[in-house]
Design a protein around this ligand. Structure first.
Ligand code: ZN
Length: 500
């Protein structure tokens, strides 16, 4: 949503943190831009300009305030709700798409001309793709400068700069000081080698981490993932190499948490840091806006009490959309335990063995190419399920389908549904977790229907669909609240068939 000047000015004057990430405040008299909640003195109306993105303020010649740090994540949640061209472009740029394939590659991916893409982005957010990518690079570099002990020359390389000089100039332009000045005064972290980093990721509180860790833990794929206590670890296939990540939440009560998760990255190519960080953010839904979700869902007579009692539940994303889709198919009509068993066999037989810092993490998930012609019946799958998986792998391998947050959600869902053995439940589940759609309702999910019945709501497919209209655009989050009231038990759930 776009706020008018008066609304923005009032939001800023109240220093309400809920507006952070929705826009930034630039002050012409100081050439500095701030979060709406910045504790600095409220600037006079005539000196204020509002921008929707930090990158746009920087493009207009403003520098990030050193006090309120408007340049750090989490970003605006609005872009994750929307599925249009601008939102898709922003998500891809956040994942490092421009550093990887250039603006040309980004435009090709979105099936538009570079000129059209540029025009659309400038019109809506005030900065073109190149400027947004430069801004992204500066933010990643600053994260590395301030929260890792990586030598500065290696920070430049890892963040995607082609030279140390370009790095120094980029940082000076964005923040008004050199990388070494930014690092000065920061406590020296533990010794880290190249490609082995410890970073702090910000999110909006509250975030109850136990439900997320439990969710990931009960589904953890042997050889690829481990979730124990307050930690989650997994291997990742990244654009330039392999990675192993560990995400950890402070073990203090939710209310006392600072809104920071610690992530440890071990990468074969340090330039994968942007992609790895973005995937960690997606797995834990760190860009969500719990205040907005609680405002909407908390008002519902049926699920409102659940939401108000435990605000901040997240929708778990994934590290890789293809992996998630394969696992959704493997889980059809079987229990969680059986799905893990099949998944473990699939990984051991068709995955790629790698070295990691943890002996329990032994493989990368199989590539689409490795599964496209694989003898999947050999791991105990029925012929029908094996055929579905091969068709899925072939579609992704041939480039007919991509499964990430940069796709057109409707088009991707239609392509998925055209594969025999993939029905609305599986396609919806993939949209929810791999495409990042916050507004999916899995009407034929048995768990959701059972929970709805328990709350005295209409639990038939049609009744649930009708009631859920008032949960828009947060129906994926409503599902998390509904599932959370069911006793944890190991069973097959959905009628489609499929399971969570
Ligand atoms: Zn400020």
């Amino acid at each position: 949503m776009v706020y008018d000047f008066e609304t923005s000015y009032r939001a800023m004057s109240s220093r309400d943190v809920r507006f952070d990430g929705r826009f930034v405040v630039a002050v012409t008299s100081t050439s500095v831009y701030c979060r709406p909640s910045c504790p600095s003195r409220t600037p006079r109306r005539e000196n204020v300009r509002f921008f929707r993105l930090a990158a746009a303020a920087e493009a207009a010649g403003f520098r990030a305030c050193r006090r309120c740090r408007p340049d750090v994540d989490p970003g605006s949640p609005e872009w994750n709700v929307r599925g249009d061209l601008v939102a898709r472009a922003l998500r891809l740029i956040a994942g490092g798409a421009v550093d990887q394939d250039g603006v040309t590659g980004l435009a090709r991916r979105l099936v538009v001309s570079e000129r059209h893409l540029h025009r659309q982005l400038v019109a809506e957010v005030g900065a073109g793709p190149q400027m947004l990518a430069i801004n992204r690079r500066a933010r990643v570099a600053r994260l590395l400068v301030e929260s890792s002990a990586l030598p500065l020359a290696e920070v430049a390389f890892a963040a995607g700069y082609s030279s140390v000089r370009q790095f120094n100039e980029g940082m000076r332009a964005a923040f008004g000081c050199s990388p070494s000045e930014l690092r000065r005064g920061k406590p020296a972290g533990p010794a880290e080698g190249a490609g082995h980093l410890v970073l702090r990721l910000r999110y909006r509180t509250p975030l109850p981490s136990d439900p997320l860790l439990n969710w990931l833990g009960t589904r953890a794929l042997p050889g690829v993932e481990v979730a124990d206590g307050s930690r989650y670890q997994r291997t990742m296939r990244l654009p330039r190499g392999a990675g192993c990540v560990t995400v950890e939440f402070d073990q203090v009560p939710e209310a006392a948490r600072q809104g920071v998760a610690t992530v440890r990255l071990s990468l074969t190519d340090p330039r994968d840091v942007t992609a790895a960080v973005q995937r960690c953010r997606e797995i834990f839904d760190l860009d969500a806006d719990p205040a907005a979700i609680t405002d909407e869902l908390g008002a519902d007579p049926q699920i409102g009490p659940l939401v108000r009692a435990r605000p901040g539940l997240r929708v778990p994303g994934c590290a890789d959309g293809f992996e998630l889709a394969v696992r959704a198919v493997l889980g059809q009509q079987v229990s969680l335990a059986a799905a893990r068993t099949f998944g473990g066999r699939l990984v051991a037989r068709f995955g790629e063995a790698i070295q990691t810092p943890d002996h329990r993490l032994t493989h990368l998930f199989p590539t689409p190419r490795a599964l496209a012609e694989a003898d999947l019946e050999a791991i105990g799958l029925t012929r029908r399920r094996a055929t579905t998986l091969r068709a899925l792998a072939q579609a992704v391998d041939a480039g007919r389908m991509m499964l990430d947050r940069g796709v057109d959600r409707e088009e991707c869902t239609a392509t998925l549904l055209a594969i025999p053995g993939i029905g609305p439940w599986t396609a919806g589940y993939v949209a929810m977790r791999a495409l990042g759609d916050p507004d999916v309702l899995l009407t034929n999910d048995l768990g959701l229907r059972e929970a709805a019945r328990h709350l005295g709501m209409a639990s038939g497919t049609r009744g649930l669909a009708a009631h859920s209209q008032r949960w828009r655009p947060w129906r994926s989050y409503a599902a998390m609240y509904l599932w959370a009231i069911l006793p944890t038990r190991d069973r097959a759930t959905a009628s489609e068939p499929g399971q969570r």
